[in-house]
Every structure is written in C-alpha cells, then in structure tokens.
Design a protein around this ligand. Structure first.
Ligand code: M6R
Length: 592
C-alpha cells in the first residue's frame, strides 16, 4: 500500500533516479505518482494514474536537484486524484512529505491546523504532516526536531520521507508500523519502502525498526531513535540481483513468476537444513494454528491437511483479520504459524503481536528483513526471490514447499522428501500446458461466473484458482469444497457457469468425480484437472488438463495450481487487462 522513495545523490540529478526507483514499487500502488526535488525551492510534479501515463507528460528538467522524494499511491483517504497524489506540502511550500500508512487521528489534527489558519488542498490524512512540521519549524525547531515532535502527535502507521528548503540536500525518513529501508550506495543514499526500489544502485541495506529515523545528506546516513540518540544498525547484503526485479522478456511479471515456480520450489527445498534447525528448537506442541491472508491463507489450508495427515497434530487455520476475535484459547502448547510473502501485511502483524503474548510463534516469510521476521519467535524464509506481480504465484508454491518440508520433517516420514523433490520436474511439465490453456482462456474470456471445486488437498487449490481469477480478470469465481455444492450453490449451476474440477488421484477422487457428474447433469461446462490416465474424468469434461498419474492428491497442490494461474493470466490478457496491476489492489496490504 503506497510506495515511498527518497534519495540524496552526490553527482547526479535525482529526478530520473527517483522515477526509476519508484517504478520498482508500483506493485504497492498505482492510483497516482508524484516526485518532489529540491534545488533552490521545492518542485513537484504529480498526477493520477500509473507511471507509464505519468511519464508521457513528464519533463525531468522541471525537477532539478540532487535530492528528492517520490511516491506511488494506493488510495485510502481521498479518491485517486491529482490533488490527493503525494508529495504533500505545507502552506509555504518549503516542506514536502511522502507517506505510506494511515494517520488515524488526522481529523482532530486537521481541525486544529485549520483553526490555526493552515490551508489544505487534499482530502488525504497525509497532508496534516507537512503542516504540523511547519508549525514546529515556525517555533524554531530544525527539520529533524520538528519531525520528532510530529511523530509524538500521530496515531496510526507511517513510513515518511520528508524534505525542506530550509535544509537543502537532506532527506529524513521515519517509520512506525509501515516498512522503510535505507540503501547505502557509493556517495548516494536512499530511502525506500522495499528493497527492489534500490537494487539497481546498491545491495547494501539497513532495515529501519519502528520509531527509528534515518537522516540522509550528501555525506552520510545517520540512524537515530525518536529520543534523538544515534543508534548503530546492521548493514545487510541483499542477494537479489537487479534482473530479478525485471520482466526479462516476459510481457508481464506474473507470467515470468509463473515460469519461475520450479526454481522457486528448488530454492525453498534448499532451506531444509534451516528448517530442521528451527524444528529442533520446538517443545512438544498439542496444537498448531496457521494465520494468514489471501493466497497465504490458501497455503495455510494445505498446511492443515498436511499436519493433520502426517504429523497428527490438530491444526486450525484462521484468517489474520479474524484472529483477534478468535484467539481466546491460545496457550503455550500451541504453535502459531504465520504465513506471509511480504512479512508486512497489517492484519498478519497484528495477529502476530497477539499470538506472541500467548503462544509460540513461527513466521514463514519471503521478504528478508520484513517486520514479521523480526517479531516472530522463529522464522523460516521461503527464498522465492522478489515477486512483483500483485497476484501471488511463485511465493505460493514456495510457501507450500516450506510447509511440506516442516510437516515431513516433524512427522519423521522422511521418505516423502523424495516425492517432494520430484515436484519441480512435475511443475515444469505442468507449464507445458500453457498453449492449451491460452486456447481455453480464449473460449471462456466473456464468462461472468466460474466455480472451482475440489476436496481435501484439492480444496485449497480450488480456492486459490478462484482468487487468482477474481483478482486479475474481475470475473466472479467461487472456490468451493466439492461436497458442499449440493448444500446451496448447485442452484447457481447451469450452462453459463463453467466448473473447474481439481481431481487428482487419491482418496477424494471418486467423490469429486460424482460432483462433476452432478454439475454436468445441470449442463455446466467442465474444465477438469486430473491424471492423464483418468479416462472417466476425461470423457466427463469439456476441457481436460492432464498430469502424470503418480502425482497423488497430497502433493498435487504444487503442480495443479499452475494451470489455474495460467488460466487467469490468459483470461486477463484476453480481456485487455493488466494482470500485474489489478484495480483496487496492492501487493502489500499495510492497512487493516
Ligand atoms: O504478503 P502476504 O502474503 O501477507 O499477503 C497476503 C495477501 O494480501 C496476498 O496473498 C493477496 O491475497 C495476493 N494478492 C493474492 O494473489
């Protein structure tokens, strides 16, 4: 939700660098873009819409100066207009601010500022910040002191980058609850919401913690706490290469990331030793509880089936946004496992805080240095590499792989590791269905409703298929436990509603097949996923996507999700949409 960038360069103009860096954060929001630079005064160019449109009318010469800030917005307070685009300024245009987060008490503060004569030009919560800084600077504080004073007045979450004409060449960043990193280049320093923004400039970063401030100028970066004390911070070397955050010949990041999935799984498999180390530290648990949102929730559902089948521990799965209402019975015999690609999802972080007080916690996270990795008691990294497409794909399969590894190792059934290690090859096979799926997408692109059904291990796969469809094609998709159809939704099935049936070999197969018969009897078109050898399923379906017969239901979530992702991707493209940037969504959801 919103991406912010700041930079102070020694020799070069800041504007092109800010534009390039903020472009790497577009997955965090694409409602509007804005850049501010400072030479003798602050120059700002901002507009609603995506960066490509913004660039069309942009003359970078109108943004002179070696330092500046930039923003991409995911609107929360105020519609996605040019007026509401960041940066926002004070009354005298000597302070500019970009913000990621939500200021919960902005209404009270705005009333106070209006009563003191401040003029506002937007409906955002953010705009109170430059005006408050202005107040404190007018009282004689320097920029740093004024920002510190302002943070004491703010309730909510924020990552801020701030500049002022009173202190040219200086950018100050501060964070609470929203992520902020500092990039250390050669004679150039950066602030950013996330690492991909700075990868073309440096692989040396500092992760700011809550209530820490970074002061960047042409010579140095100083990190302080909000009492003004200088603190020393670890500098991390990032292993991601700039290429990893580029499309490298694919039309969209999502397609690139779908194709990267076999490698993503291989990378997670290499974490086996780390996972063993984590597991060794566990006491005996009587219960496991997964907590997550969206796609990570679907990975957690697979976790439930795996832990209960293999490890024999009762396992719950709770949506992070519901956790505070249902966490009453947690105790020290429970391991609460948080799954998150970003490690910054606000709902998940809030649940993690609650769980830390009552239970043992583990976070399974992709983004190194993210808040969840610093707050959970134990951490497992999925190492899928940066995922830029808003729709999660490769990070889903890497989350699944980490969960498989955990469940297999905790159960002692290590012979299953061999089966798990074969999955990248099966996933390569599944990718070969791309042309067939492109054709299917063409046929169904104008459909308005889809059902996705599966049982047991295939139920989460069906849910994930439906989520992918909704988020990038804007077609209604319903993921349903196949056995539940007859309890209500069957009333919706007719020849207009295609049903995607996830039907791998295994104990659930025959029953799902019966459900396929039921929807066929109501004239639904069936797109079936199953074993190449499954002649009955083949003859029952209008479209059939085949897999090797040896992939049984327990491991099917890894390869079987691939055609689902491709189907949504190609329907999105057929409908002329941008699958990387679905409307109303952002990759990292840092608000509740
Ligand atoms: O970063 P997280 O895994 O915590 O994000 C959770 C969800 O916001 C995320 O999975 C979302 O549902 C994806 N856009 C789905 O493709």
């Amino acid at each position: 939700m919103c991406g912010i960038v700041g930079c102070v360069l020694k020799d070069d103009e800041a504007a092109p660098v800010l534009l390039e860096c903020v472009g790497k954060l577009e997955y965090r929001g694409y409602d509007s873009v804005g850049i501010a630079t400072s030479a003798s005064d602050i120059k700002i160019i901002k507009d609603q819409g995506k960066i490509d449109k913004y660039k069309e009318n942009l003359d970078l010469k109108e943004l002179p100066g070696k330092s500046g800030i930039a923003h991409v917005r995911w609107a929360t307070h105020g519609s996605p207009t040019k007026e509401n685009a960041h940066p926002h300024t004070d009354c005298k245009n000597r302070i500019a601010v970009v913000h990621n987060g939500i200021i919960e008490n902005f209404k009270e503060l705005k009333t106070e500022l209006l009563n003191s004569g401040h003029k506002f030009t937007s409906q955002t919560d953010t705009e109170i910040i430059p005006h408050l800084i202005e107040e404190y600077m007018d009282e004689g504080q320097d920029l740093e002191g004024a920002i510190r004073s302002v943070t004491r007045r703010l309730i909510g979450s924020y990552a801020l980058a701030v500049m002022s004409t009173d202190e040219p060449g200086k950018i100050i960043g501060v964070r609470k609850e929203s992520p902020l990193i500092v990039g250390l280049g050669e004679d150039e320093y950066f602030l950013a919401s996330d690492v991909p923004a700075v990868l073309n400039h440096t692989n040396q970063v500092i992760y700011l913690d809550n209530k820490e401030m970074a002061i960047l100028d042409g010579n140095d970066v100083i990190i302080k706490n909000l009492d003004g004390d200088v603190i020393s911070k670890e500098v991390h070397t990032i292993e991601w290469t700039p290429d990893m955050a580029e499309k490298t010949g694919y039309n969209h990041f999502m397609l690139k990331e779908i194709h990267e999935q076999p490698d993503a799984v291989k990378n997670t498999l290499m974490e086996e030793k780390e996972i063993r180390n984590v597991i060794e530290k566990f006491p005996k648990f009587s219960k496991i509880c997964f907590v997550a949102c969206g796609t990570s929730y679907h990975a957690s559902l697979v976790g439930k089936y795996l832990f209960e089948t293999l490890v024999g521990i009762p396992t719950d799965v709770i949506l992070a946004s519901e956790f505070e209402y249902t966490s009453g019975a947690l105790d020290k015999d429970t391991l609460v496992i948080f799954i998150s690609q970003s490690g910054e999802t606000a709902d998940t972080l809030k649940a993690l805080k609650i769980a830390n007080r009552k239970s043992h916690t583990l976070a399974i996270v992709n983004v190194v240095g993210s808040t969840a990795t610093r707050e959970a008691e134990h951490v497992i990294f999925t190492r899928a590499g940066p995922e830029i497409g808003v729709a999660a794909t490769k990070t889903y399969v890497s989350q699944l792989t980490a969960i498989y590894l955990m469940a297999i190792l905790m159960s002692g059934k290590e012979e299953l590791l061999q089966t798990l290690e074969k999955m990248p090859d099966y996933m390569e096979e599944a990718l070969k269905s791309e042309e067939q799926i492109k054709e299917i997408a063409g046929k169904y692109k104008d459909t308005t409703d889809f059902f996705f059904i599966g049982r047991g291990f295939s139920y989460p796969t069906a849910m994930e298929g439906a989520l992918k469809l909704k988020e990038i094609t804007y077609i209604h998709g319903e993921g349903y436990a196949a056995g539940e159809l007859k309890h209500g939704p069957l009333a919706l099935i007719d020849e207009e509603v295609p049903v995607v049936a996830v039907t791998p070999p295994g104990s659930s197969h025959d029953k799902t097949l019966s459900n396929v018969e039921e929807v066929k009897a109501r004239f639904a078109h069936v797109i079936a996923l199953g074993s190449h050898d499954d002649d009955v399923l083949k003859s029952d379906s209008d479209e059939f996507i085949g897999f090797p017969d040896e992939i049984n239901e327990m491991f099917s979530p890894l390869p079987y999700v691939i055609p689902m992702q491709l189907l949504s991707y190609y329907i999105s493209v057929e409908r002329g949409l941008d699958p990387d940037k679905p409307k109303n969504l952002a990759k990292c959801v840092t608000v509740e």
